[in-house]
Design a binder for this molecule. Sequence first.
Ligand code: GUN
Length: 294
Amino acid sequence: MPETQIAEILDGKACAADTRNGLKERVSVHTGKGNRAPGLAVILVGDNPASELYVKNKITACKNVGIESFLHKFPADASEEEVMKTVQILNDSDTVDGILVQLPLPGHLNEAKILEAMRPDKDADGLHPYNLGLLLSGKPGLQPCTPAGIMVLLDKYNVKLEGVKATVIGRSNLVGKPIALMLMQRNATVTICHSRTKNLKEIVQETDVLVVAIGKSQFVQGDWIKPGAVVVDVGIHYEKGEGDKSIITGDVDYKAAKPVAKMITPVPGGVGPMTVAQLLANTVYSYEKRLGLQ
Ligand code: GUN
């Protein structure tokens, strides 16, 4: 592909709207038959502005599709016992189908312990070790929202995965490890890279489908991208631009990558909306399972 080709945008905003419309329809069929609405409980600890914004977006999205949301907000110095007690109450609640613990948690809280305290069948984020184990085993279940959303987006645009060289940059439980498993399940040949990987540029230059979740602004340069590659950018960074203007960047140098790639996710409007849509999908899935509506 010539380098003057401008990449097609993988429009996460539009794709997420399609998912939400489908869910809204499903929920209205259920409630129309006299069933209660699905319920999602959100635990937010501290006042990280980015987390507050994400939670606000998630609650608004719930409202849009007819999911009832319950926000449990704790101060930054909340004790582990307090948070754990709330998780137990939500585990036992008849009106809560999904529980989400917004990450990152303040450093004094044991993230793994809190995630493991959740009932796996209410784990709306798919981060409980039981659900991650199902994913590893190739069995259906609640899956982490960002990678599941990326797969929906790639399928929407008919991105070929079978036999392609896929590279994931980042190895978190939230994104890197699960997306690598999902791509492998679809018969891509997957390389997982991270901050200690040597010859990263050379690996990326051979990559057909690139997923970047390294958490560093504009880390991947335009000349790393293989012409005709599909680029998925999971990063989101709020930076100071010219004057007092703030700019939003991803983990990829978007401007430089766009003339080289075949398809690329914008930031914002790419992966972010897909994460939220998938959270709603997981909540409705748990709800239908709990109420025997599938
Ligand atoms: N923080 C950033 N992304 C996510 C996510 O997908 N889920 C949760 N729980 N926290 C996050």
